[in-house]
Design a protein around this ligand. Sequence first.
Ligand code: FPP
Length: 224
Amino acid sequence: MNPLRHVAIIMDGNGRWGLKYKNSRNAGHKAGLKTVEKIIKETIKHKVKFLTLYAFSTENWRRPKKEINFLFSLLETFLTNRVDELHNQDIKLKIIGEKSFSEKLNNLLNNAEKKTFRNKKLQLNLALNYGSKFELINAFKKLKKNNKKINEKNLSLFLQTKNIPDPEILIRTGDTKRLSNFLLWQLAYSEIFFEKKLWPEFNEKDYTKIIKKFKNIKRNFGNI
Ligand code: FPP
């Protein structure tokens, strides 16, 4: 059976779910947050050590201001109300992406990272204002600035995922088949699962099914 240390997820379909059932995209994001909580718990049950969730891409700034503000207020409420609970569950929170938000949100994020830094059960990486191309360009610039040889090992030391193993699994919900500038380097050998369900509909059973399927895949890494 394949070892599984890291699952990455593109949580797509909140807007469509919200419009379909509540006539509001934002209601979809609120429902999406409930799925986030379920999936965190299930990840721990499966003893997976790293979970990376794509919560806001560098391209998401193109959305209407009202939706962006709602997403960030949701995140602020989540951090204010839930960080103690994450901490008690031994979960380490790490932000990947550029932390250039309001002072209040930046402080909440920094404090949550600091508070949970030593936790061991699960590392929850939230990709916020994250774009993989930007991350890669920055990493190459840093290699050059530090006069380092360009190779895989050195490059990975300058990525935001430094010290995090590459995901064995990528899940994208919402019936769309693209990577949307997410972890392009780190996903080079990941098994990709595209899921028809919208993110608020995705549940523990769907997740477990994917994990079981993954464990039985023959992974060759270019070999035969
Ligand atoms: C993509 O669906 C989803 C997002 C851009 C936001 C994801 C946010 C959450 C799940 C909730 C907040 C999370 C935390 C951790 C506070 P979409 O809006 O692109 O859906 P669509 O394709 O149907 O429009």
